[in-house]
Design a protein around this ligand. Structure first.
Ligand code: G6P
Length: 610
């Protein structure tokens, strides 16, 4: 969703802001803009464009402007269509103030009416513009004070950055519910909503907490709360490597990320498995391990692909632990009247660590006294900071909006967490050792599937004429059917639904005919025979079936139309192997259709609105 980057220092801000915007592109956006001031001559560059950052770059490059501080933004439309007028930065009536904003000003309509009465002229449909005029209205002789006063009047969430021509060499940033991270370089500060935007320049950072603001000068950083009370904060050094946003020869980031998965699995387990004892070691959970071991109930809360990881986690935990395990959409969990106590644990699963609903769910659980854990990829993200303890995925940045490698990482780590609890609550050392052994083989198994990408590509091509797909699986593979269907619809815009195979007879079977193919996950295991029965039911109605089956199963070829073979592992890990061909199928299908795979329409990587 929306992204913020700002720079103040000795360098020309323009290339740094443009590069930062490009590194924020993956979050999903539909317009972009930039404002920079040259304090030497008072010149201002204020440009906006609809569409890709490349469009903005063309406009910027047609000027020879140079200015060593500025702010820039990528916008994902909420209030008002993606137009230049609605793109950020927003300005005030004087044209001297520039403001960028992530989040939503909920009381903007009331404020706007009052400001219009006072004579303010609005040019956009956005909630953000209200804040720009409000600052103008409150401005006397101190810019940061006007920002502070204005923020006190707004309801909702914000991560903001503002500059003003009459108050040169100053950037004011502030947050409530939408991240702002300040990178500290040599005689320069770079603030952003996402460390990816500036990690190339520095890994020394300060995270703003809610209701904090910072004043960035050339060589001074002053952090205060919203009452201007000064706050001392020490910079943290973050362990987040700069990875060039390069596709390394792959056509899309999504394909690159699918191919990275053998390494993703290795990174997820590195140093976390003790083979001889059949147990895992998760440093991030150690401070609360006693409490974890005494939990009565555990609930996974998450959204999107992370929700399906949680759904898979439920089956894994049921198998490896004696815990009462639940799973819920974060957006639903937060509104339920849950009987949560101190003996409950809630695991927030999130790639970005910023998803608004997941954050709201964890805050609700915390309020009720439960232990709140995080399974997060982005180091230092809000969810990572607000949970009592947690485990990082260590999967590096994921650029493709449709999650692939992080899903696999989450699934692997859920096994490690379950193993840690299970082995302390009755799981045998033998079972633990077997799981560890098979986890270690996972990356090799994934490699074997990647070698078959060409075959999967051909199958995807064959099914291009179809507009609807059903995905079915049972037990541990039910979440994988859901995730496979989600991948296809996210990036190719064809309709796909995932279903537990046993439920097929209670509805979806009425859709089946020669035009409605099914992807059936039918690898070996105790539900295999039942899956074959479901496949037969589909075939009896002329439905086409693509099966994901275990290598060596020659019989299934006689039943289905197409088979993708995968290596066999133990049943609780098999879903992690089975999801790989479904990712590749969705990818190639969307690629043949010519879709914008890394940035599918209407979707955002980090969903920071509720
Ligand atoms: C968005 C993304 C999905 C992601 C979901 C949850 O919908 O497009 O890929 O699975 O948000 O995000 P999170 O960062 O919390 O895992």
């Amino acid at each position: 969703m929306c992204g913020i980057i700002c720079y103040i220092g000795e360098q020309n801000s323009i290339p740094i802001l443009l590069e930062g915007l490009k590194r924020l592109e993956y979050r999903g956006y539909d317009s972009a803009g930039l404002a920079s001031i040259n304090p030497e001559n008072g010149e201002v560059l204020f440009v906006k464009s609809v569409g890709k950052v490349g469009e903005l770059e063309k406009k910027v490059k047609s000027t020879d402007f140079s200015g060593n501080y500025g702010i820039a933004h990528t916008r994902w439309a909420t209030h008002g269509k993606p137009t230049e007028a609605n793109a950020h930065p927003h300005s005030d009536c004087t044209g001297k103030l520039f403001l960028i904003h992530n989040g939503i000003i909920e009381n903007y309509e009331i404020l706007k009416k009052e400001l219009i009465k006072k004579g303010h002229k609005f040019v956009s449909d956005t909630d953000t513009e209200v804040l720009a005029h409000l600052i103008e209205d409150n401005l006397k002789d101190n810019f940061e004070d006007a920002v502070r006063k204005s923020l006190a009047m707004v309801e909702g969430t914000f991560g903001i950055a503002a500059i003003h021509k009459d108050f040169p060499r100053k950037i004011v940033v502030a947050r409530r519910g939408s991240p702002i991270i300040i990178g500290i370089g040599e005689n320069e500060y770079i603030a952003a909503s996402d460390v990816n935007a500036f990690i190339r320049y520095t890994n020394r950072v300060i995270y703003l907490n809610d209701d904090e603001m910072a004043l960035l000068n050339d060589n001074e950083l002053v952090i205060t709360d919203l009452n201007l009370k000064q706050i001392e904060k020490k910079p943290e050094t973050i362990d987040w490597q700069y990875e060039a946003d390069e596709k390394e020869g792959f056509k899309h980031f999504m394909l690159k990320e699918i191919y990275e998965q053998p390494r993703t699995v290795e990174n997820a387990v590195r140093g976390r498995l003790i083979e001889g004892e059949g147990i895992s070691k998760l440093g991030g959970l150690e401070p609360v391990l006693d409490r974890i071991l005494n939990l009565k109930k555990l609930t996974f809360v998450s959204c999107g692909t992370s929700f399906y990881a949680g759904l898979y986690g439920k089956y894994v935990f049921e198998r490896l632990t004696d815990l009462d395990v639940h799973v819920d959409y974060a957006s639903e969990f937060r509104y339920r009247n849950l009987k949560l106590t101190e003996e409950d644990g809630v695991v927030a699963i999130s790639q970005s660590g910023e998803t608004a609903d997941t954050l709201a769910a964890l805050r609700e659980a915390k309020r009720k006294g439960s232990l709140v854990l995080g399974l997060v990829n982005v180091v230092g993200s809000t969810i990572a900071k607000e949970t009592h303890a947690g485990v990082y995925c260590h999967a590096g940045p994921e650029i493709g909006v449709a999650s692939t490698k992080i899903f696999v990482s989450q699934c692997v780590i859920l096994n490690l967490i379950a193993l840690l609890i299970g082995r302390r609550r009755g799981l045998s050392v033998f079972d633990g050792m077997q799981l560890v052994k098979e986890i270690k083989k996972l990356s090799g198994n994934i490699e074997k599937i990647l070698e078959k990408a060409d075959l999967i590509r051909e199958i995807a091509k064959k099914y291009l004429p179809y507009q609807n797909f059903l995905y079915i699986g049972r037990h541990l593979n039910f979440p994988i059917a859901m995730e496979g269907a989600l991948k296809l619809k996210e990036i190719s815009y064809v309709h796909a639904e995932g279903y537990p195979a046993g439920e097929m007879k209670h509805g979806p079977i009425s859709l089946i005919d020669e035009y409605f193919p099914t992807v059936a996950i039918a690898t070996n295991g105790f539900t295999y025979e039942k899956m074959i029965s479901n496949i037969q039911e589909i075939k009896a109605r002329n439905g086409k079936v693509i099966a994901v089956a275990t290598e060596g199963n020659d019989e299934i070829k006689n039943v289905v139309d197409d088979v993708i073979y995968v290596p066999e592992t133990i049943d609780i890990l098999q879903p992690i192997v089975n999801v790989i061909p479904l990712q590749l199928f969705a990818y190639y299908f969307a690629d043949f259709k010519g879709c914008d795979i890394d940035k599918p329409r209407n979707l955002a990587k980090s969903v920071t609105v509720e």
